[in-house]
Design a protein around this ligand. Structure first.
Ligand code: PLP
Ligand code: COI
Length: 339
């Protein structure tokens, strides 16, 4: 392969050596096996193409100073994929098969795990799709699980530098009792138009309000939202937000640091009281928020007065990265050390 410029990677696809697959047929999952093919041969009436039977996950592996590769909270992603399967009637992939496939994909592509100093990581993308044909609206009887990996840099090109986000009242990402809490492609399709509009206007992401009342903060297009004030970590509780594993980790770390943690409805006006705020997720890590503009209401909430990340976001970021890289003790058992 051409030499990879590890320190200047963006969040994109780079071909690696292998991906790992398991098929579900007649009630059984096959043993995960590697392939070098980047393609999937699909029936034209596969349910993933017509009725959106598709879910995916995102997690990361990191190279430590000690040369060991660590995968962060893999079991949580396996459990969330089961919850996604329950939401759209797909076969449930056992946690053990998910973990076996992820570990195999990382080990087989070891040479793509970015070096410790680079700041980059190996992004792991598990994918589950309905592959057997249906013409009526019904779930498939056969499924394909694929894990591919690709080395990535920051999701937002600004990295840890604060960026502005936009509220648009004309778009919802997910319905109040819809599919927002599971990780399925349809949610992302529904976010493309608003996301594109935000990017063209210079915002890093859309901050969605709750779809029912348009009163409370939900989450950003690719990440959860958190705010900090009075030594308290505050994040929205909502029936249409994806339960972020990174956010769950930060809530724990904030508590470990002696902060209060509140998961509750967050009215939009509360933005004016936050000392810090950020987007949080596997791809985004912590991406501090500079300003929130409510475009339709012509309101603006400045979060970062000096344009820099705040002290608590910085502490949380360093602690999280430290655990992921193996520089900090993994007191909660979040990390799988490969070798
Ligand atoms: N919210 C949305 C809509 C996402 O796509 C993601 C990314 O996975 C997150 C939140 C963050 O979740 P996690 O921290 O588990 O990656
Ligand atoms: C992730 O953070 O892993 C995501 O899936 C967000 C985005 C790339 C869709």
């Amino acid at each position: 392969m051409d030499a990879i410029d590890w320190s200047n990677l963006s969040f994109g696809y780079i071909k690696t050596d292998y991906n790992v697959r398991s098929h579900y047929k007649d009630g059984k999952w096959s043993t995960p096996a590697e392939t070098t093919s980047e393609e999937i041969n699909l029936h034209m009436a596969a349910t993933c193409l017509h009725y959106g039977q598709e879910s995916f996950e995102g997690l990361k592996a990191f190279k430590g100073k000690d040369g060991k590769t660590r995968i962060f909270r893999m079991r949580e992603n396996a459990l969330r994929m089961i919850s996604s399967s329950q939401g759209i009637m797909m076969a449930e992939l056992p946690v053990e098969i998910f973990e076996e496939a992820v570990v195999k994909a990382v080990k087989l592509n070891e040479r793509f795990v970015p070096p410790y100093e680079s700041g980059a990581s190996l992004y792991i993308r598990p994918l589950l799709i309905g592959v057997s044909p249906q013409v009526g609206v019904k779930p498939a009887s056969e499924y394909l699980f694929v894990v591919f990996v690709t080395p990535v840099g920051p999701y937002f090109k600004e990295g840890f530098k604060p960026t502005p986000v936009a509220i648009f009242r004309g778009y919802d990402r997910a319905a109040p009792l819809g599919t927002g809490t599971i990780k399925i492609g349809g949610n992302y399709a529904a976010s493309l138009v608003a996301g594109d509009r935000a990017h063209k206007m210079g915002y890093s992401a859309v901050l969605y309000l709750d779809a029912k009342e348009k009163k409370y903060l939900d989450e950003c297009g690719p990440a959860n939202f958190f705010g900090i004030k009075n030594n308290t970590y505050i994040t929205p509780l909502s029936s249409s937000v994806l339960p972020s594993i990174t956010n769950k980790s930060l809530m724990q770390l904030a508590q470990d640091m002696g902060m209060k943690v509140e998961q509750r409805q967050v009215p939009e006006e509360e933005l004016s009281t936050f000392e810090e705020a950020g987007q949080v997720g596997t791809a985004a890590v912590i991406s501090p928020i500079l300003r929130v503009d409510d475009i339709d209401e012509n309101k603006s909430y400045v979060i970062s007065k000096d344009g820099n990340a705040g002290p608590i976001s910085t502490l949380l970021y360093n602690k999280l990265k430290g655990i992921q890289l193996g520089d900090e003790e993994d007191t909660h058992g979040w990390v799988t050390v490969l070798y």
